[in-house]
Design a protein around this ligand. Sequence first.
Ligand SMILES: CC(C)(COP(=O)(O)OP(=O)(O)OC[C@H]1O[C@@H](n2cnc3c(N)ncnc32)[C@H](O)[C@@H]1OP(=O)(O)O)[C@@H](O)C(=O)NCCC(=O)NCCS
Length: 187
Amino acid sequence: MRLDGGVEDRPEPFELTDGQVVVRPWRPEDAGWVTDACQDTGIQRWTTVPSPYTRADAEWFVGELAPSAWADGTALHGAVVDPGSGEGLGSVALGFHAPVPGVGEAGYWTAPNRRRRGVASAALDLVVEWGFGEAGLHRVELLIDPRNAASRAVALQSGFVSEGVLRRRGTLRGVVHDVEVFAVLRP
Ligand SMILES: CC(C)(COP(=O)(O)OP(=O)(O)OC[C@H]1O[C@@H](n2cnc3c(N)ncnc32)[C@H](O)[C@@H]1OP(=O)(O)O)[C@@H](O)C(=O)NCCC(=O)NCCS
C-alpha cells in the first residue's frame, strides 16, 4: 500500500524494529511513563508538548491524537520500547501527508534516563525507512532549533544534512526562534 497519492486505505498497524528498539502504536497503558518522561525540562523546552504536562495530556496523546492521526493517514506516532522488556524508551513521529506531497516531517524525544544509548537515532532510522517505503516519501525533514545540540547530533547520526537556518521561522510557547532545516532524501 502506498500513501503518497492520498489516503486510499486505512494503513495497516505497524511494528518496526532493528533489534535495538521497537517502534509500535501507542497503547493506553503507556500514559504513565509518558507522563513521567514529559516532566523533563528538555522535552518541555524543545518540543511542543503541553507545559505543564499532566496525565490527562498523556492519555489524550496516546488514546486520541496518535490513533486518529494514523487512522486519518496523516502521521505515524510511535512508542519506542525495549524489544526484550517492553520498557518505554521514547517517542517518535513521522507526519507523511502534509503540507507538501512526498515530504515528511519527523520528531522525537527520549526518556531522560534512557538517553545517550542510540534510542532516538535508531527510532528515527526506522520511521525514515518506513516513510521511504510504505508512505512513498522522497524526502524527510527535521525542523530543529539550532541551539538544540542533542537533536542536531541525532539528525547527523541518522544521515540528515543541514540545509540552512530559517531565521525567526519558529514560535514555541510564544517565543520566536530560528529553525534549522535538516533533510534526508530517498536513496
Ligand atoms: C534529542 C534527544 C531525543 C536525543 O535522544 P538520545 O536517545 O539520547 O539520542 P541518541 O542516543 O540516539 O544520540 C544520537 C547521537 O547524538 C549524540 N547526542 C545525543 N545527545 C547529545 C547531547 N546532549 N550532546 C551532544 N551529542 C548528543 C549521541 O552521542 C549520538 O551520537 P554518537 O553516539 O555517535 O556520539 C533527547 O536528548 C531528548 O529527548 N531531548 C529533548 C527533546 C528534544 O529535543 N527532541 C527533539 C526536538 S527537535
